[in-house]
Design a protein around this ligand. Structure first.
Ligand SMILES: NC(=O)c1ccc[n+]([C@@H]2O[C@H](COP(=O)([O-])OP(=O)(O)OC[C@H]3O[C@@H](n4cnc5c(N)ncnc54)[C@H](O)[C@@H]3O)[C@@H](O)[C@H]2O)c1
Length: 267
């Protein structure tokens, strides 16, 4: 259902890999609400080819960019503004990858070169995205920038490993850059702390299915789906959230404020 909440707005969406991806659902919902979209992902993601299907479905060009390459990100935003024939109204950062998790390294035996790659892809890329938008003066006033995060930035989830620190850094970049962007352009910057979601990145974490079920029981509303996250992102990109900035916003069915739910104990 469309309410034209994003009618005429221009948005760049990172991270749609396949139909499960949260970014995929966000792109579809933003399109439904009338936005013009540019999709982007790392060159390696193109190998799977799925993003082309989404591109055709919503009439959005794909501009490849490795989020760890300043040159790629610069080219992305200059090409996107040329495509739109104007500045950008919203950006979604939906990128995460842990080398140490991928290589099955325990938290007490992390490889620091892997860790640097993890932080670069999962967190520093968010600063790079914002710094490039800032230097190119590519954001329209009252625009909105959001990144996806997870509550492991605040609480301990042992199997989330170094992604916990990545998300803590990501959330801090949102606050710090939110100050600069707010002051200069009235652009807001927030992070959305999403429930566990069955995606490629999510299911890379050890014991993910068991954990997904636990979180679902613990949350009074159950886990928030990728579709619900897409709705929330539409709100954040719309003019209805103009004064919300520098926040970490929990989109988790209430999980973050629970101590214990009897349902978890089968009571
Ligand atoms: N799935 C969950 O349980 C969950 C929960 C909370 C937050 N998140 C966050 O949501 C975001 C999206 O993840 P998802 O669950 O949709 O999984 P996903 O695997 O579909 O998306 C991750 C994306 O990151 C992209 N990526 C990886 N390296 C890149 C690079 N160098 N440059 C550009 N893009 C790169 C991948 O190609 C992929 O599209 C991530 O930030 C993730 O941490 C996920």
């Amino acid at each position: 259902m469309s309410n034209n909440l994003l009618q005429g707005k221009n948005g760049v969406i990172f991270g749609a890999l396949d139909e499960q991806s949260i970014a995929w659902k966000v792109a579809e919902r933003c399109h439904e609400e009338g936005a013009n979209i540019v999709l982007t992902n790392a060159p390696v993601a193109m190998r799977f080819g799925a993003i082309n299907g989404l591109s055709e479905k919503i009439g959005a060009p794909v501009i490849m960019a490795d989020a760890t390459s300043t040159e790629d990100v610069e080219n992305l935003f200059s090409s996107a503004t040329a495509h739109f024939g104007g500045k950008i109204d919203f950006v979604l950062h939906s990128i995460g990858m842990s080398m140490n998790i991928r290589k099955k390294k325990e938290y007490t035996d992390l490889n620091y070169e892997f860790m640097k790659t993890t932080l670069d892809i999962s967190a520093i890329s968010f600063h790079r995205v914002m710094q490039t938008l800032w230097k190119q003066d590519a954001m329209n006033d009252w625009g909105s920038i959001a990144a996806l995060t997870y509550i492991a930035a605040q609480r301990v989830f042992p199997d989330y490993s170094e992604m916990a620190e990545s998300k803590a850094l990501l959330e801090s970049f949102a606050r710090s850059f939110g100050y600069h962007f707010g002051t200069r352009n009235k652009v807001r910057v927030n992070t959305v702390s999403q429930s566990p979601t069955m995606t490629t990145a999510g299911s890379g974490v050890k014991g993910f299915t068991e954990f997904f079920n636990y979180a679902d029981k613990m949350s009074p509303l159950g886990n928030a789906s990728a579709e619900a996250c897409a709705d929330y992102c539409v709100f954040l990109f719309s003019d209805l959230s103009k004064m919300v900035t520098m926040q970490n916003l929990y989109h988790d069915g209430g999980f973050s404020n629970m101590g214990m739910n009897p349902a978890v104990l089968g009571l």
